[in-house]
Design a protein around this ligand. Structure first.
Ligand SMILES: C[S@@+](CC[C@H](N)C(=O)[O-])C[C@H]1O[C@@H](n2cnc3c(N)ncnc32)[C@H](O)[C@@H]1O
Length: 418
């Protein structure tokens, strides 16, 4: 049946007094009940260079139309970088805006960044600026178009911030259980609220909710044990080094991943898996649901606290993102930190061997030789093989050979005895 409907939008004339001031946020003089900001994303885009490109056209006209504006890119004032200078400059901006806001005012900060470190740094920045997170929402910004290729912003998080008014002090040992409880309470409430048959919340929603719950608890404190905010902000970090505050927030987000048990895998097995293994298992699950957006992988990496996952991708084109299959991973990276040294990685290699030789024996021999305590891990190996042989959907043709191999190997591992 074809239905058509018509809705006439009433015409309204909207007028207001507005003023646009090109200004360094740090010298804002204006007071407002609500500040909406969209800060630069660390070193993602060189806005000052972009403005110079446009100034080439506007430079002469702007002073005529807007005599009080300047026509300079003000490079020196740009908040940029991903280091201590970025953190300090951001705090200066947000401190100023908090100062120029009444006690019952609030701020809305849009934030998008793929890098888990920049993201967790935001907590430190807002905390140091005297602000407290009270809510968070994500909006999906990925467009389903084929004409846009490459990396672009997939989803934006909107954080609601209020002034932190009381000077609560706490020890990490007291705050951590509070963070855990708040995260669990938040996730349990969402699970209860959601429709079991047709869920509305996705994994990314749970992860973000956990992140926001942790931020709510942590940023409510004025001082945490021995954390010296000023020092943390200005400290030059070695690659991979984080701040104590972001470590606490990362751990909180990891709690969320315990809730995200994929269909077809036992809860107890899921809880034993390392973050990188969970990332891969989840990647296979979402692909089976026809999900190919790069942003979803970014959200998972952020949620599971994984830094480098690009090497696991078989395709990273926008809207075509997917993981490498066992046969595409081949024998690459079989030992070391993270995914390379994980049980799942060894299982995938055994699947690849089985597929390559069309015989499960070399795969089984490999697992028995290489896995320390093979018999203790056998139950998990069986669960992973079962998952890999059933999860990939029929439309994932690149998985066909490997799902068959996983099935073959599963039968052999199950039939094997001491
Ligand atoms: C993510 S962009 C905002 C994009 C904007 N919402 C839009 O839709 O076009 C971040 C902006 O912050 C500006 N910015 C950088 N440093 C600043 C500072 N010190 N004070 C105010 N704005 C600054 C950059 O020039 C850039 O335009």
């Amino acid at each position: 049946m074809k239905t058509s409907w018509h809705f006439s939008v009433p015409e309204r004339s909207i007028s207001s007094n507005s003023e646009i001031l090109p200004l360094d946020a740090r010298i804002t003089n204006y007071s407002a009940d609500l500040w909406v900001t969209d800060p630069p994303y660390a070193d993602a885009v060189n806005y000052e260079e972009l403005s110079e490109l446009f100034l080439a056209w506007y430079e002469k006209r702007l002073p005529v139309l807007f005599p009080e504006w300047y026509t300079d890119s003000k490079r020196a004032l740009a908040v940029k970088g991903a280091d201590e200078n970025f953190r300090v400059a951001m705090v200066e901006c947000y401190k100023k805006l908090a100062e120029k806001m009444p006690d019952n005012g609030f701020q809305l900060v849009m934030f998008t960044h793929q890098d888990v470190d920049v993201w967790s740094d935001l907590a430190l920045i807002l905390w140091a600026a005297g602000l407290r997170v009270t809510a968070a929402w994500t909006i999906a910004t990925e467009t389903d178009t084929s004409f846009r290729t490459g990396k672009y912003v997939q989803g934006t998080v909107l954080l609601v911030l209020r002034k932190r008014r009381d000077s609560l002090r706490g020890d990490r040992a007291d705050i951590w259980p509070e963070v855990q409880n708040e995260v669990r309470r938040q996730l349990a409430a969402m699970l209860e609220l959601d429709d079991k048959e047709d869920p509305n919340f996705g994994d990314a929603d749970y992860q973000l909710a956990a992140y926001a719950a942790a931020l709510r608890v942590v940023t409510a404190y004025g001082a945490i044990e021995d954390i010296d905010v000023e020092r943390e902000l200005r400290r030059t970090r070695r690659p991979g080094e984080t701040s104590p505050l972001s470590d606490m927030i990362r751990s909180a987000v990891r709690i969320a991943s315990d809730f995200l048990v994929p269909d077809g895998l036992d809860k107890t097995i899921w809880r034993q898996l390392a973050p990188e293994e969970r990332f891969y298992i989840k990647g296979v699950e979402i692909e089976a649901h026809g999900e190919y957006r790069d942003g979803v992988y970014q959200e998972f990496a952020r949620g599971f606290g994984i830094r480098d996952y690009r090497w696991l991708l078989g395709s990273d084109a926008a809207n075509q993102t997917r993981l490498k299959t066992a046969s595409e991973l081949k024998g690459r990276d079989l030992s070391g930190e993270g995914f390379a040294g994980s049980l799942l990685r060894q299982v995938l290699f055994a699947v690849y061997k089985t597929a390559e030789e069309d015989d499960p024996q070399p795969g089984l021999d490999y697992l028995k030789q290489e896995l320390p305590g093979y018999w203790d891990q056998r139950r998990t190996v069986i669960a992973l093989l079962d998952y890999l042989s059933n999860k990939p959907s029929g439309s994932m043709t690149h998985w066909k050979k490997d799902t068959e191999a996983a099935h073959l190997l599963l039968g052999t591992v199950e039939g094997d005895s001491l």
